[in-house]
Ligand binder design. Structure first.
Ligand code: RTP
Length: 155
């Protein structure tokens, strides 16, 4: 039985090509695992321009849009779905500010990056986008149902 304050959400989190190339996949997954979130889907892949453009469609008019899409296409990414209480906002906090120079120490970007255009990881900015992005990146693939043993003592 879930406690009353539990809001079950999913966030689409992605290690971007620079994070993969720099060998930061384990570090990033570890931070979400240690926080207590539940991994629901995981796939290493090279994405298509169509998916990258759809993923960032809200930024289509920005001057950096093409560079952003080229960056996401520049190497494999690690696509993930994380589930848990308040995971969308919490993931954003764990990840830190868009510009890594403004990200607090202790956050992924604050500890591990120095450039906005190479900020190693993405996290959905709303529960609706968590659902939308999960559907986009894991088309047709069901997320995995499994029982997490980390939290029963809280209930
Ligand atoms: P993300 O979607 O990747 O998690 O990043 P975010 O919410 O923190 O930032 P957002 O404003 O959605 O921007 C998406 C990504 O675009 C790149 N960007 N470049 N050159 C620039 O001024 C600029 N601004 C944003 C970053 O890679 C950012 O993560």
């Amino acid at each position: 039985r879930a406690p009353l304050d539990v809001v079950c959400e999913i966030s689409y989190v992605m290690v971007k090509p620079d994070g993969v190339q720099r060998g930061l996949v384990g570090e990033i997954i570890g931070r979400f695992e240690r926080k207590g979130f539940k991994l629901k889907a995981l796939q290493m892949r090279k994405c298509t321009r169509e998916i990258a453009e759809e993923h960032y469609k809200d930024l289509k008019e920005k001057p950096f849009f093409k560079d952003l899409v080229d960056y996401i296409l520049s190497g494999p990414v690690v696509a993930m779905v994380w589930e848990g209480n308040g995971v969308v906002a919490s993931a954003r906090k764990l990840i830190g500010a868009t510009n890594p120079l403004n990200a607090e120490p202790g956050t992924i970007r604050g500890d591990l990056a120095i450039q906005t255009g190479r900020n190693v990881v993405h996290g959905s900015d709303s529960p609706d986008n968590g659902e939308r992005e999960t559907g986009l990146w894991f088309q047709g693939d069901a997320t995995v149902e499994w029982s997490q043993t980390i939290q029963p003592w809280l209930t």
